[in-house]
Write a protein that binds this ligand. Sequence first.
Ligand code: FDA
Length: 309
Amino acid sequence: MLKEENRFSKALKSIARDQELKAYLQNSNELFPIFMKGVNRFVAGETRTEGLERVRNLDSKGYKVSLEFIGENTTSEEECILAKNEFKELIKELGKNQMDATVSFDLSHIGMMISDTLVFTNLEELAKEAQKHNIQLMISMEESQKTDKILSLYKRISKTFANVGITLQVHLKRSSIDLQDLLETPGRIRLVKGAYQESEGIYIPRSEELNKRYIEFVSMCIDSNHPLSIATHDENILMGLKAKGFLNSPNVEVEMLDGVRGDLLKSLKEDNIQTKVYVTYGSEWYLYLVHRIAEYPPNIYTFISDIIE
Ligand code: FDA
């Protein structure tokens, strides 16, 4: 990233959590519809119907799909229950249509900000429903202050449910130890570089060092024959892994965000590599959008062009 892009990225990440700005945009009759034109490249829509329509479209083209009803840091119990119910309906719909799909979510969306009991009860209910319909669940990873809690909830659920997987952020220094631990659990491990702005010293910024570490983590999962999702758009990393023959294992899939590097994912699919697209929907698209622009600032041009065109 260029110096100015880096500054822009940091500034964006710092407003990602600005609730006032988010509310202002969402309640503005003028700005909201304009913004949605740019948002739609990254988010399927605001409703479950729109999310499922996007899934069907990708499924018909031969992609596996992850689907998330966007949300996090939910602080009212009622809203956590509503979110859990939305995920449950999603699981039922995907199961009914016999889709090879994963439902992805943040634990802070279904109760982690309120109590361990609430989040675990909701998680267990979703895992049971998913097992009934042969659907996989994937827990996303949030800021580092939450890592211990998320990992401990994941380890607890994975004792009974092998259909629940976990995301690990390669950029956190602690993750090499966490990975050793996670290799002992049955669920799929999704490796991501990491999207959150972290404090100096606890993470490795985007660099060759981080890319090497990503490849090392992939190798460790492959050596253990562990179900793995390689969730990156980094072409150099993917081509390196492909050359090593790491992408052909039946336990491995390459997963990318909808709207990002679709060309690359398509070419991998055409090489018979298992590919998955991460689709999102919901009204809480603000943080998601800001992260997509912050991690790749040229997306701001795409966003503006989508609005103008
Ligand atoms: P990197 O950021 O180094 O980008 C490499 C190259 O990919 C760029 O040079 C560019 O060409 C392209 N690229 C990357 N992002 C782009 C974008 N938005 N638009 C256009 N091009 C782009 N993070 C997290 O902290 N917790 C989580 O639970 C998840 N979950 C998750 C699921 C899935 C399926 C994916 C793909 C990603 C996540 N992430 C995540 C986000 C992840 O941590 C990371 O921020 C992004 O994937 C971008 O990092 P890359 O690995 O692509 O590399």
